[in-house]
Write a protein that binds this ligand. Structure first.
Ligand SMILES: C[S@@+](CC[C@H](N)C(=O)[O-])C[C@H]1O[C@@H](n2cnc3c(N)ncnc32)[C@H](O)[C@@H]1O
Length: 261
């Protein structure tokens, strides 16, 4: 299984050592400490994927192996559809630009990514420059796809997103999400189950997809209702749906892929 033991990670990154402690004869890291989590994930990206990525201290910290598996599952679907060099759009790349960077590193693709937060956009651009990969970052200015000048008349083979999925009542201040304080902009989503952003993405995305194009969304296990609504929406707009489960540690994530036949 893909992974990096803490014992090995400290060999590659000496900065990690100060966050470790022993439990029995095993080395552990307190992942509730955001600095430790950032340092460990940076090490994984570097050692396993050959990427040099910095995280913004105010943003949610992505789990690299999970994002890699999300992309792998999605690109297997594209391959089965006979799509060799897809034109890809990622919605909401965050501060790390982890999804487009992993895509460019491992697949032959033309890649665009959007983000709405200015600070995150600057961070994402710096990560892209550092890795010397050709990815176009676009400020969505709060739009999803429709109305974004750069995408006028454009079609994609893949629209991929780990979308904001928080319900209306989510608040950032003082609350922890995935062991990290989050920016307000990361806590949107809307609707009873946080499904609204994804529903809009599907509604708009369908008009920007090539034939055999795919909309691929990742969702946590709970609530099940959110996944059901998203799957139904994909079916309603005429997409054929495939669902994959991926596991990182004990976290289960669902990859919902809607294919335009
Ligand atoms: C769940 S995070 C995913 C970040 C990153 N792609 C990852 O995999 O870790 C969702 C991101 O969407 C961004 N976002 C929210 N509204 C957006 C919009 N209208 N256009 C583009 N990005 C948006 C948030 O700022 C946040 O960075």
């Amino acid at each position: 299984m893909l992974g990096l033991k803490i014992e090995d990670a400290v060999k590659y990154n000496k900065n990690l050592k100060k966050y470790t402690y022993k439990k029995g004869d095993k080395l552990r890291i307190n992942f509730k400490d955001k600095e430790a989590l950032m340092e460990y994930n940076k090490t994984i990206l570097n050692v396993l994927f050959g990427l040099d990525i910095e995280f913004h201290k105010n943003g949610l910290i992505p789990t690299p192996i999970n994002r890699y598996l999300f992309i792998k599952s999605t690109f297997e679907t594209l391959k089965n559809l006979g799509i060799e060099k897809p034109v890809v759009l990622e919605i909401g790349t965050g501060h790390s630009a982890i999804i487009p960077l992993l895509i460019k590193k491992f697949y032959d693709a033309e890649v665009y990514a959007t983000e709405v937060d200015d600070e995150f956009i600057n961070f994402a651009k710096r990560n892209i420059e550092k890795n010397n990969l050709d990815i176009k970052i676009i400020n969505s200015k709060g739009k999803i796809i429709k109305g974004i000048e750069e995408f006028k008349g454009k079609k994609f083979d893949l629209i991929i997103s780990y979308p904001p999925f928080y319900s209306k009542n989510s608040v950032a201040s003082g609350r922890k999400f995935g062991g990290a304080l989050a920016k307000d902009v990361e806590l949107i989503g809307g609707g009873k189950f946080g499904e609204e952003f994804s529903i809009r993405l599907i509604d708009e995305g369908i008009n920007f997809l090539n034939k055999k194009g795919v909309i691929s969304l990742m969702m946590p296990k709970k609530p099940e209702k959110r996944r059901e609504i998203i799957i139904k929406k994909m079916e309603d707009v005429g997409l054929s749906v495939e669902v994959d489960e991926i596991k990182t540690g004990n976290r289960l994530r669902y990859i919902i892929k809607g294919i335009k036949m």
